[in-house]
Design a protein around this ligand. Sequence first.
Ligand SMILES: *[C@@H]1O[C@H](CO)[C@@H](O)[C@H](O)[C@H]1NC(C)=O
Length: 219
Amino acid sequence: MLTTLLLSLFAYLAPTVMLHSQVALLTVTPSAALTEPGSNQAVDGPSLFLGALGSCSRPNNEAGVSCTSPSLSPTYNTSVLPSNAPSLDLSAPPTAAPVFIAIALAFSIIFFFSFTAISFRHVIPGKFGEFWDRPMTQRGSAWIGIFGFLVGLASFLIVRMWFGKAVDDFNQGIASQGSGGPALVASTSNAFIMVWVAYAFFGIPVIVSLAKLHVMATK
Ligand SMILES: *[C@@H]1O[C@H](CO)[C@@H](O)[C@H](O)[C@H]1NC(C)=O
């Protein structure tokens, strides 16, 4: 159970806090899929990686990646894309989204520590062990867990819809230029998969805490 919780926290932290080309919310990569439908030749060109805190880019497949400095209200640097790419479609979600994600993350971390302490309360000596044994403490821990879970999940769903629309608009803008358009394609990226996996795992201890609440209430 604790391993599950630790894994979920990592899977959650990585896409939220890290700014890296390996973990992105949206990527723009070189591809002829939209400009020459049917051809599947490999193309070289600029890549752009958008995260919650900023963007990273590289001018071609071999070049090194450079990133913007992380910020809660990031401005994506799309200068690596050619001028006929619809870069304006790639904007960051409103600042409220990362703020809510940060709040959810803080609650999840508090839940992580309290859940651990409650699990080991019988080996914690003295007053401190007593504290974690109280129904009040365990109720508080469960509510913090539920709050973090719901706020975080809702925030990521909104961010997912935001970037889903950005991908559609960007790709339509490319496709509408026909074979003269830039050989690029946008897609939502692996960070979302990590987040959904994190929530699936995180749901387990939250449900366990909820079940304990129910037991305590009916005793
Ligand atoms: C944007 O990225 C390019 C390199 O891709 C860099 O030369 C430029 O300074 C960056 N602009 C800002 C505002 O960070």
